[in-house]
Design a protein around this ligand. Structure first.
Ligand code: NAD
Length: 319
């Protein structure tokens, strides 16, 4: 109906201040995308537990803001280097304020939309949502970028008012290029929340939205992670090298930059491991649990600290 759609439009246009929690691969990319769309963004991460050699040399301590905000400030610098100038306006970095969850939690009371993008672990996400609830204004939208954890489980323990305004907005990597956002409501999410998030993603962020059910890994990751696992298993079974498998699943299929193992390094091997574990642990289907059994090679690399591009090495070493 024209009347309700215009009032919704006004509502999505009124979302000017956002916060992104977690400044890793996805949080940094989402923050940059939101800032480029004209929103002011507070980017928060945890406070580092120790000093880097460089910080020690400068005489900094763990009480200094430069140290406490290090993770999110580094994320903005990383994104500034990586963003193609033709896609981003020259002032987007000025619209991001780096901070940390300890010192700047109360600032969440001043924002209209909070996007949670911390590590893919239910226990940690629940803790972060609890902290968000303690600081946010009633009515503030909250969304999670989970790859496929249960949205309902994440919202457990939160008030009904919070749950009505909470859903997943699952962006894909890298957020600047990937068009799809899966929006996943829980059974308590208000239809208005879904409508508003849809409009934000479509009209303000230029994305295409699919509303998915709250099932393990939603839609795209269920298919995508399955494909990656099959290629990983085939590579080992047929004695292919990583490069050979990527030649077959990359340029030959029109995906020069997103061949299987390049893609795994970009996603983060630890994140993929969480995604696979999540489907297996939540599945009631024995065959599915077998398909999503823990890929030992992936687990070994993660154990060695080879998490992909973010740690400098995964299947490939970063050049
Ligand atoms: P990441 O490992 O790059 O970053 C995770 C961030 O969480 C880090 O900045 C870390 O400091 C922070 N963090 C860790 N423990 C925390 C805590 N206790 N409190 C607050 N912050 C904490 O992970 P990512 O790839 O950016 O993934 C973030 C979310 O996005 C996950 O839910 C993941 O499943 C999802 N996701 C990832 C991809 C991808 O391709 N990597 C794609 C879509 C969705």
């Amino acid at each position: 109906m024209p009347q309700s759609s215009s009032s919704k439009l006004q509502k999505s246009g009124s979302i000017r201040n956002a916060a992104v929690i977690g400044s890793g691969v996805m949080g940094a990319g989402i923050a940059a995308h939101l800032a480029n769309a004209g929103m002011r963004v507070l980017l928060l991460d945890v406070v580092p537990q120790s000093l880097t050699a460089e910080e020690e040399k400068k005489g900094l301590t763990l009480s200094d803001a430069a140290v406490r905000n290090r993770l999110s400030a580094a994320a903005v610098a990383r994104m500034a280097k990586a963003q193609p100038a033709q896609l981003y306006d020259s002032a987007w970095t000025n619209r991001i304020t780096p901070g940390n969850l300890t010192d700047h939690l109360q600032a969440l009371g001043d924002v209209d939309w909070i996007v949670e993008a911390v590590v893919e672990r239910l226990d940690i996400k629940k803790e972060v949502l609890e902290a968000i609830e303690s600081a946010r204004r009633p009515g503030t939208l909250v969304s999670t970028n989970t790859s496929g954890l249960s949205v309902s489980a994440m919202a457990e323990g939160r008030s009904l008012e919070f749950r009505r305004h909470f859903a997943a907005t699952h962006f894909f990597n890298p957020p600047r290029y990937m068009k799809l956002v899966e929006i996943v409501p829980s059974e308590d999410t208000d239809p208005e929340t879904v409508a508003l998030l849809t409009e934000l993603c479509e009209k303000r962020l230029g994305k295409g939205v699919v509303v998915a059910k709250d099932t393990p890994n939603f839609i795209a990751n269920r298919i995508g992670s399955y494909g990656m696992l099959v290629t990983l298993a085939d590579t080992l079974a047929y004695g292919l090298t990583v490069e050979e498998a990527d030649a077959l699943t990359g340029p030959a299929m029109g995906r020069p930059k997103t061949a299987t193992f390049r893609m795994l390094d970009l996603v983060g091997l630890d994140t993929l491991l969480h995604v696979v574990d999540n489907v297996r642990e939540r599945s009631e289907d024995a065959e599915e649990r077998e398909v999503f059994k823990r890929p030992e090679l992936l687990a070994r690399l993660v154990g060695l600290g080879r998490l992909g591009e973010k740690s400098g090495a995964g299947f490939y070493r970063k050049q």
